[in-house]
Design a protein around this ligand. Structure first.
Ligand code: CTP
Length: 393
C-alpha cells in the first residue's frame, strides 16, 4: 500500500483536507497527518486521526511522538509528502529551508517527493514574494499545483482557492505512479499547437480569445519528457517554453497554418490552439473612429486540424481539442468525424477552464468516450502524453 504524509497548514481550506483524506483512503492510499499550529485553528487533531485512522502529529517537542517515531523517520516512511493547504507562510518557509516547527522540519528532513497544494488570498498568491517562492520550490523539484480560481472565503475573487480534493488526489496518484519509461517517445516527432490566435483589424487592434496556452504547453512539455522531439507552434502567450521543446511563435491563424505545414512530417499532432475561425482583411493603417464601419467584414480562416486530417501529410495519430459550453460529447464526436481526427479531447468550458488551471476532459475515440475527473492541466497533459506514447508504440 502507498503511503502519504499529509501536512495540513493553517487556512480556511484546511477543512478540505478532511475530504482529501477520505478520498485517499478510498483510493487505497494510507495517510498519516501532521497538523501545524495554524491548521489546528481550523480542524482538530481528533478529526484527522479519525479519518486517517492513524495518530496525528502536531509538535516537534512531543516526547511521546519522539519516542514512538522520530521526526526523521516520520518524514521518510511515506512515499510522498503532501502539503494541503499550503499557505503563503508555509511555502515561504519551505523555499527558505526553515525548520522551526514539526511540519517545516519534516519538509527539510525528507528525502521523498513533495507536492504542495496552495490556498491563500488572491493578493497573497499574486505577491512578488510568493511568485518567487513558488518558482524557487519548483526549481528545487517540489510539485506546486496551481490554485483554483473563484470566489474566496475573504470575499475577493481570483486564483488562490485550494484545488478541489479530487484534483489533488489525481496529482497524488500521478506522483505515486511509477515513472514512465523516459524514452517511450524517443525518435518520434510530435507537433503541438497552443494558445490563442490574434487576427489583426489594423496595426494596433486585433480579435483574440481567452486561451492562456497552459494546456497545450503542458502537453508539449509532457511529450518532451517522454523523449519526443516536440515542435510547439504557439500563438501569443505569457508562458515560458517547456524544457526540451522547440517553439515557433505565430500570431494569426494563417501564420499558424503555415508553421504547422512547415513543421511536417510528424508522427503525431495535438491541436490544442484556440484558433480564430474568422479573420478581418486588416487595414494597412490605423483606423480612426470616423473610418470605422459599424461592422467588421469577416473572412473564414483555414481549419488547420481539418486540413491535416484530410490532407496527404496526415500524421499517424491526429488529436484535436474541442472547447464546448453545451452538448459537449455530441459536438466532440461530430468534430472528430468532420475534421478527420483520431481522438478529440473535449472539455466543458462553461465554467472557469478557459485561462484557468484545471480541466475536466472527455477523450472521444473510435472506441467511445472516456471521461476523466477534473484535474490539474499538468496532470491531463501527462496522462495524454502517455496515451500517445502507447498508441505510437
Ligand atoms: N482548429 C484548427 N483550426 C481552426 C479552428 C479549429 O486547427 N481554424 C482546431 C482546434 O485547434 C481544435 C479543434 O480544431 O483542435 C476544434 O476547434 P473548435 O474551435 O472547437 O472547432 P470549430 O470547427 O471552430 O467548431 P465550432 O463550430 O464549434 O466553432
Amino acid at each position: 500500500m502507498k503511503r502519504i504524509l499529509l501536512i495540513v497548514g493553517g487556512g480556511i481550506a484546511a477543512y478540505k483536507a478532511c475530504e482529501l483524506i477520505r478520498l485517499c483512503r478510498k483510493a487505497g492510499i494510507a495517510v498519516r497527518c501532521v497538523l501545524t499550529d495554524g491548521g489546528a485553528h481550523f480542524v482538530t487533531p481528533m478529526t484527522l486521526a479519525a479519518l486517517s485512522e492513524a495518530p496525528v502529529h502536531t509538535s516537534l517537542w512531543d516526547l511521546k511522538d519522539e519516542a514512538e517515531m522520530g521526526h526523521i523517520q516520520l518524514s521518510r516512511e511515506a512515499d510522498l509528502v503532501v502539503v494541503a493547504p499550503a499557505t503563503a507562510d508555509l511555502l515561504a518557509k519551505m523555499a527558505a529551508g526553515m525548520a522551526d516547527d514539526l511540519a517545516t522540519t519534516l519538509l527539510l528532513a525528507t528525502d521523498k517527493p513533495v507536492l504542495a497544494a496552495p490556498a491563500m488570498n488572491v493578493r497573497m498568491w499574486q505577491h512578488a514574494a510568493t511568485t518567487r517562492n513558488v518558482a524557487q520550490l519548483r526549481r528545487d523539484g517540489v510539485t506546486v499545483l496551481e490554485p483554483d480560481e473563484g470566489a474566496m472565503a475573504c470575499g475577493e475573487y481570483g486564483p488562490g482557492r485550494l484545488p478541489e480534493p479530487a484534483a489533488i488526489l489525481a496529482a497524488i496518484e500521478r506522483a505515486l505512479a511509477p515513472e514512465p519509461e523516459p524514452a517511450l517517445l524517443a525518435g518520434r516527432h510530435v507537433l503541438v499547437t497552443a494558445g490563442p490566435t490574434q487576427e489583426a483589424i489594423d496595426p494596433v487592434r486585433y480579435i483574440a480569445n481567452r486561451s492562456s496556452g497552459r494546456q497545450g504547453y503542458a502537453i508539449a512539455g509532457a511529450l518532451a519528457k517522454l523523449g519526443a522531439r516536440v515542435t510547439l507552434v504557439s500563438g501569443p502567450t505569457a508562458l515560458p517554453t517547456p524544457q526540451g521543446v522547440t517553439r515557433v511563435d505565430v500570431e494569426s491563424a494563417q501564420q499558424m497554418a503555415d508553421a504547422v505545414e512547415a513543421a511536417l512530417p510528424a508522427d503525431a499532432a495535438v491541436m490544442v490552439a484556440a484558433v480564430a475561425d474568422w479573420r478581418v482583411n486588416a487595414a494597412p493603417r490605423k483606423l480612426a473612429k470616423g473610418d470605422m464601419e459599424s461592422r467588421l467584414e469577416l473572412v473564414p480562416n483555414p481549419d488547420i486540424l481539418a486540413t491535416l486530417g484530410h490532407g496527404p501529410r496526415r500524421p499517424g495519430l491526429l488529436i484535436g481539442f474541442a472547447a464546448e459550453t453545451h452538448d459537449v460529447l455530441a459536438h466532440a464526436a461530430e468534430k472528430r468525424a468532420r475534421k478527420g481526427a483520431d481522438w478529440i479531447v473535449a472539455n466543458d468550458v462553461s465554467g472557469d477552464v478557459m485561462g484557468g488551471t484545471a480541466n475536466a476532459v472527455h477523450l472521444v475515440t473510435a472506441n467511445g468516450v472516456e471521461s476523466w475527473e477534473r484535474m490539474d492541466k499538468e496532470v491531463v497533459a501527462q496522462r495524454l502524453a502517455e496515451r500517445i506514447a502507447h498508441a505510437l508504440a
